[in-house]
Every structure is written in C-alpha cells, then in structure tokens.
Design a protein around this ligand. Structure first.
Ligand code: ADP
Ligand code: MG
Length: 327
C-alpha cells in the first residue's frame, strides 16, 4: 500500500532522515517507533506530501507523492503531531470546513458522511461544542475524524496518544484498533508498550536510520521483557548475589545497592525465555531472606536499540555509525 524508498531529508547540516526504506502492506497497522528527534515526524510529513525529501520516493497505492500528489493525498488521512484544529469552531463546523477544504466527493451526502465518522470516533454527542472547550482526548478524536474525511484507505497518525491521560490513551488505542479493519494505519510513538498494544509490525528508527523492521511478536520475543526483573531482598548483599548467581537460568545480575534498611536491590536478567522467579523464591526462602518486592523491568528504548544494534547504537544524532552488526 505504501512504499518508501531511500528517503533522505536534511535540515541544513542535520540529517533528520538518512536513507530509509520500508513498506506497509494493505490492512496492516505499522508502528513507527523511535525516541524524540529520531525522524518520525519528518518521515510522516514526507509520506503525506507536507514536506519534500532531498532524495528518495514515496508511493501510495501506486501513486508517487511527487508526480501525482492529488491522487496520492486523496488516499491518505493524516493526523499530524500538532493537529491544525480551529479552536473557536464547533466540532461540526470544523469537520464541515475541512470536508470542503479537502474537496471530498463521495456517494453519500456530506451530512451523512460526517455523521457517520463522528459515530465511529464517538464524538456525535459533542458536535455542537466549541473545540477549545474539549479535553485533549476529545480534540485528538476530532483530529482523527478530520483525517478520516473522504474515506482514505491509509491513516497516518503521528504520536496520537501523546499528552493524554491513561484512560484516554486506552480509548484512543481501541479506537485505532477498530479503525484498522477498514484502513491501513501507520502510527508513530516513542513508547514501546504503545506499539506493542496496537501494532502488527514495527519499524524502529533512531537518529534517522532504521534499526529494525519486524513483526511485533517477533521483536517482543527477541527482546522478551519478562526475562528481566527488579528485585529487593532483605539479606547480606554479597551472599544474596552469590545465591542468585548460582541459578542456572540466571544470565546476569546487577547490584543496585542499599534501598531500605538491610534491603538491597538487584536487576536479574534471565536467559531468553526463562523465568527465574520461582527458583529465586525457593533459594531465598531456604536462607530466610525475605523478598520485599519483585517486578519485571520494562526495557527502555535505549535498551532496545542496544539489543538491536549489538551495542553499536550511539545515543547521539548525526553520527556516522558503521553498519557493522546491524540487522
Ligand atoms: P521525531 O518526530 O522522531 O521526534 P523529527 O522528525 O521531529 O523527530 O526530527 C528529526 C530531527 O530533525 C531532529 O534532530 C530535529 O531537531 C530535526 N528537525 C525537525 N524539524 C526541523 C526543522 N524544521 N528545522 C531544522 N531541524 C529540524
Ligand atoms: Mg515527532
């Protein structure tokens, strides 16, 4: 549905996007994951034709965004990072205005089309409200509704849950899932769990370069976050360490130091796919060392990049990392 080939975008001497290529299949929800400044918004602005690239091409449903911008853009609904909402319009006025601006032509009437979309994104009850009076979650829904005007087969959503509270995040995620039955979706985020919750496939970008392109489940398995736990144990630090280190499935232990009176914290990494929690419990209890807390440790984006790039990841922008060991 979307082919992105060898895109490069420079801002002066900053290389924001550095020779990236990937494609999105019809019906897929693709997660575009990377830290702030990685180049996500720049890429999305190029895909949607809002920004031109220095090199490379974007083809949407067979139409090149440069050669055939009208046809290509008709097929894309875009929720930019900062949706251009007109705050003093009502929701209904805004959607009607955007409908006209996009020169939408469909078999159904304008009113029916807008009503229909409002129903899908669950904003029918606020169409008479002024946008400035809406919560951030509702504004985001209005932005998504705007992207859906004209029934584009592709939706590009740039960090759709950023700045929302946890309840709104869950609602927007389930909205996106429900839209995926009718749309091919590309969604960016700097949060791994977000991508895991919603996407079929994930493309990971860092410092303008793609460092992984994989199915979500495969990436999660490779980076199984359950294999690492943070544990606090009441007992002598070195002996506790040695006892845990004696468990065959333990790969690595980091001591984090004294956290409470007599209680030390450790980060224990198990071998891939192994669960060492029961064995730790058994061995600690035979010595009467109390486990005061135990939780699995989520990998940070930086951990992921390190894992993906075999340690060749460098957290800065604009460095010419060699391709050695990348995948
Ligand atoms: P992301 O969306 O992943 O946070 P961006 O695409 O916004 O990343 O930015 C990628 C890089 O390009 C960053 O280093 C950012 O500072 C730079 N950049 C983005 N927009 C501009 C601009 N208009 N002018 C100059 N540099 C920019
Ligand atoms: Mg961005």
């Amino acid at each position: 549905m979307i082919q992105i080939k060898n895109l490069t975008k420079k801002y002066g001497s900053t290389v924001a996007v550095d020779d990236i290529s990937f494609s999105v299949k019809e019906g897929e929800i693709l997660g575009f994951l990377g830290p702030n400044g990685a180049g996500k918004s720049t890429t999305m602005n190029i895909i949607t034709g809002y920004l031109s690239s220095n090199e490379g091409e974007v083809i949407v449903d067979g139409f090149n965004i440069l050669d055939n911008p009208t046809e290509a853009k008709k097929r894309i609904g875009y929720l930019p990072e900062h949706p251009p909402l007109y705050l003093d319009m009502t929701v209904g006025e805004y959607l009607s205005f955007m409908y006209d601006l996009k020169k939408v032509k469909l078999d159904v009437s304008k009113k029916n089309h807008i009503d229909n979309i409002c129903g899908l994104v669950k904003i029918s009850h606020v169409t008479d409200r002024v946008i400035s009076h809406l919560s951030k979650g509702y504004r985001q829904r209005v932005g998504i509704a705007q992207a859906m005007l004209g029934n584009p087969p592709v939706l590009i959503l740039d960090e759709p849950t950023v700045g929302l509270d946890p309840k709104q995040i869950i609602e927007i995620r389930s909205l996106i899932k429900s839209l995926s039955t009718k749309h091919t979706i590309v969604l960016s985020s700097h949060i791994l769990s977000e991508i895991q919750a919603v996407c079929d496939r994930v493309v990971v970008i860092n410092a303008g370069k793609i460092v992984a392109d994989d199915t979500e489940s495969h990436l999660s398995n490779t980076l199984s976050k359950d294999s690492r736990i943070v544990i606090r144990i009441e007992g002598p630090e070195q002996e506790v360490y040695n006892t845990m280190a004696g468990i065959p499935d333990v790969k690595e232990i980091k001591t984090m130091g004294l956290r409470e009176d007599g209680i030390y914290e450790y980060i224990v990494e198990a071998k891939p796919g192994k669960d060492v929690r029961r064995e730790i419990f058994k061995r600690m209890s035979t010595r009467s060392w109390a486990i005061m807390s135990l939780k699995s440790s989520e990998m940070t984006l930086e951990d992921i990049f390190l894992a993906l790039t075999d340690g060749t990841f460098i957290a800065n922008e604009n460095n010419d990392t060699k391709d050695g060991g990348d995948k």
